[in-house]
Design a protein around this ligand. Structure first.
Ligand SMILES: Nc1ncnc2c1ncn2[C@@H]1O[C@H](COP(=O)(O)OP(=O)(O)OP(=O)(O)O)[C@@H](O)[C@H]1O
Length: 223
């Protein structure tokens, strides 16, 4: 599903990923572990096609993901419908005037009928326990509410691959328990899930594989 081979990436010449080789099979759950600044978010950005390997190769379902290909509408559309991203700070991904519109945006872009969009939005609101927030402006929500909204917005797209950057951040105890159950449900549904975390209990509970990031910006794969 996701194959990274000898991937290197640097910010202004400073390496953030060094020769990373790692793969996630369809339906696998992978925990990205490692100290602050080791490159976990950078790798998730790369898996989401927001940045591209400077050296090495990223294959998604056998197709190489390159900047050039992502500028082509048909590839970009295919790819972005297959991969969902829940950012570490959900505020940066929420841009609509209301939670309802935020959730409707993805399925509308997919060209679904108004009835189907409505159904998906209602299902996602219920699943994430945020029906009462539907009319609220996302920027007025608490951090935990924003996180649930960001997750619901990905849910309405129903991607095959979920990537989540520190999904427990901003969640209280009940929210963390809900999130853990949610990730378990994704796993049961056969989704491929990559999440970064500093919470080893979350990794122990869910991960089929661990990608351990080292301060040297390398990644060790453990199964
Ligand atoms: N936009 C950027 N410009 C310059 N350097 C960056 C940028 N984004 C990240 N970096 C640097 O790249 C390195 C890897 O950062 P990254 O955010 O990927 O780490 P991380 O493992 O996700 O860290 P954390 O656990 O703190 O979230 C860090 O040294 C960081 O300062």
């Amino acid at each position: 599903m996701i194959e990274l081979t000898d991937v290197c990436y640097a910010y202004d010449g400073v390496p953030a990923l060094r020769h990373v080789t790692a793969a996630a099979a369809n339906g696998e759950t992978v925990a990205l572990l490692g100290p602050n600044g080791a490159g976990k978010s950078t790798l998730l950005r790369l898996v989401n096609g927001l940045i591209f390997p400077e050296v090495g190769q990223y294959l998604f379902e056998g197709t190489e993901i390159t900047a050039r290909r992502m500028r082509e509408h048909r590839y970009a559309k295919w790819f972005h419908q297959r991969v969902g991203y829940v950012w570490q700070n959900p505020a940066v991904q929420l841009f609509s005037a209301s939670v309802w519109e935020e959730l409707a945006f993805g399925p509308e872009q997919m060209g679904l009928s108004a009835a189907e969009v409505r159904q998906r939005v209602e299902d996602a609101l219920a699943f994430c326990g945020i029906e009462h927030l539907a009319a609220r402006a996302p920027y007025t929500l608490s951090g935990g509410e924003q996180k649930r909204t960001a997750i619901a917005a990905v849910l309405t797209m129903n991607p095959a691959v979920w990537t989540l950057d520190e999904p427990l951040a901003a969640l209280d105890e009940a929210g963390a328990a809900w999130l853990t159950d949610f990730l378990r449900a994704l796993k049961r549904a056969g989704k491929t899930v990559l999440f970064s975390t500093h919470d080893t209990a979350l990794a122990d509970a869910l991960a089929d594989a661990r990608w351990r990031f080292t301060p040297a910006r390398e990644v060790r794969v453990e199964r």
